[in-house]
Design a protein around this ligand. Structure first.
Ligand SMILES: [Zn+2]
Length: 96
């Protein structure tokens, strides 16, 4: 196997890793680089939980698929300013 083929395979693994990362709402660029550096990144990624698109909190695969995040639902249902985010605070200002 020549150097060109080796790099083609590395980059292919990187792209696959990046693709699975986006499926988990994780950074494509970061994981594509990790996957190119070593195929082990794909294995590591497989064991990491999905992240919520909006709040970046860990969610289960099922919740990610249904776009049903417990954390976001809690914030929407209860807009008291215990979560100190600018978005939430501005919502709270409108409400009160
Ligand atoms: Zn969320």
């Amino acid at each position: 196997m020549d150097l060109y083929t080796k790099w083609a395979i590395k980059i292919a693994i990187g792209l696959i890793t990046g693709y699975f990362a986006t499926r988990k709402n994780r950074s494509f660029t970061f994981w594509a680089c990790m996957g190119t550096a070593g195929g082990i990144a794909l294995v590591v990624l497989a064991f990491l939980p999905h992240l919520c698109k909006r709040c970046q909190q860990k969610v289960t695969a099922e919740e990610a698929k249904l776009d049903d995040c417990w954390n976001c639902m809690t914030v929407q249902a209860d807009s008291s300013p215990h979560e100190t985010s600018d978005n939430i605070q501005s919502n709270d200002t409108v409400r009160t």
